[in-house]
Ligand binder design. Structure first.
Ligand code: CA
Length: 325
């Protein structure tokens, strides 16, 4: 039995807070503004903004040749807790009970933000937090742009190649324009991005170089409910069209083949059989729609037969997909 403490836990805390000053039209909300400046901001509006941030994170990572981060519902909940805390105390230290009840805030008092994550639910090796507060109005593009042009670790957190999963939350807190609070701190929009590097799963497999011996191989861990954010998603136009360009061709075949090869290798690892570690090191990620499109026999499983069916379709042997016997 290999002990978990094999991994050293580090808090790569991006002390990454930024204050954003924005002044562009509020084009992204369908909400109304009332006389006192307060807005009807719905949970849907806030979720939409959070999604935009998640998509921008992955678009930016893709531009830099990095793997996308999965969004995890649990991490989004953690992020939501943190973004609400930020309204009371804009800091990577969490507000104390006193501070939450409005008593003066001490910047360096309280627990680290990382305590918001239960490491049993999201076993992380490192965690980073980007915070932003902005005046009204502000768009997701501006909030994100501010992080990317920051020199205080925000950009590094987003472009950290080791990171694997994220949670995002946005909140709006109306402040009375005549209040002392508003004069001191005119921020009404708060943005929070949690990025973690999840500890990999490992399996003991037969070591072909040392007969009778086992060796450890590592594979990416899946967190409950994880998904690639929607606007990042490829939307297949038909069964077999994994790339979403409306054509079923050899590129789609290669994509499904890579996916199947990875899955087969993963199965071998789980069964303790010798594996090709170079394959396990690069998981092929498909979104739910792609998985549906990859199921060429519509039998609920995806394996070499589906890859073969797709190939036969590309070669003209099968006239249509899904293939019906
Ligand atoms: Ca295609």
């Amino acid at each position: 039995m290999i002990h978990k403490s094999f991994f050293k836990k580090s808090y790569a805390v991006a002390l990454a807070m930024s204050i954003i000053f924005c002044a562009s039209p509020l084009a992204f909300l369908t909400s109304s503004v009332s006389n006192d400046g307060s807005q009807e901001v719905t949970q849907e509006d806030l979720k939409e903004l959070a999604k935009k941030i998640a998509v921008m994170v992955n678009d930016t990572r893709a531009e830099h040749g990095l793997e996308p981060l999965y969004v995890v519902p649990y991490l989004c909940d953690c992020s939501h807790v943190r973004v609400r805390e930020s309204v009371h105390k804009f800091s990577h230290y969490r507000p104390t009970q006193e501070e939450l009840s409005g008593i003066t805030s001490d910047e360096e008092k309280g627990e680290w933000f990382s305590t918001v994550i239960d490491s049993n639910l999201a076993p992380y090796l490192s965690v980073e937090e980007n915070l932003a507060a902005s005046e009204d109005p502000c768009t997701a593009e501006e909030a994100f742009g501010q992080w990317m042009s920051s020199t205080e670790g925000h950009r590094e957190a987003i472009l950290n190649p080791d990171m694997t999963h994220m949670g995002v939350a946005v909140t709006y807190e109306h402040k009375d324009r005549n209040s002392e609070t508003y004069r001191k701190d005119p921020y009404e929009w708060y943005w929070e991005l949690l990025i973690i590097n999840v500890q990999k799963d490992f399996y003991a497999v037969d070591d072909p170089d040392n007969p009778g011996m086992k060796k450890r191989v590592f594979v990416d861990k899946e967190l409950n409910g994880q998904y690639l954010p929607v606007q990042y998603e490829i939307v297949p136009k038909s069964t077999g069209d994994l790339s979403g360009d409306g054509i079923v061709d050899s590129f789609d075949y290669i994509t499904i083949l890579q996916y199947v090869v990875y899955q087969e290798e993963l199965k071998k690892a789980q069964n303790g059989q010798p594996v090709d570690e170079t394959i396990l090191a690069k998981p092929k990620k498909l979104n739910d729609l792609q998985l549906e499109a990859a199921d060429c026999f519509k039998d609920g499983t995806i394996n070499y037969n589906d890859a073969k069916a797709l190939q036969r379709y590309v070669l003209g042997e099968y006239k249509s997909l899904p293939y019906v016997f």
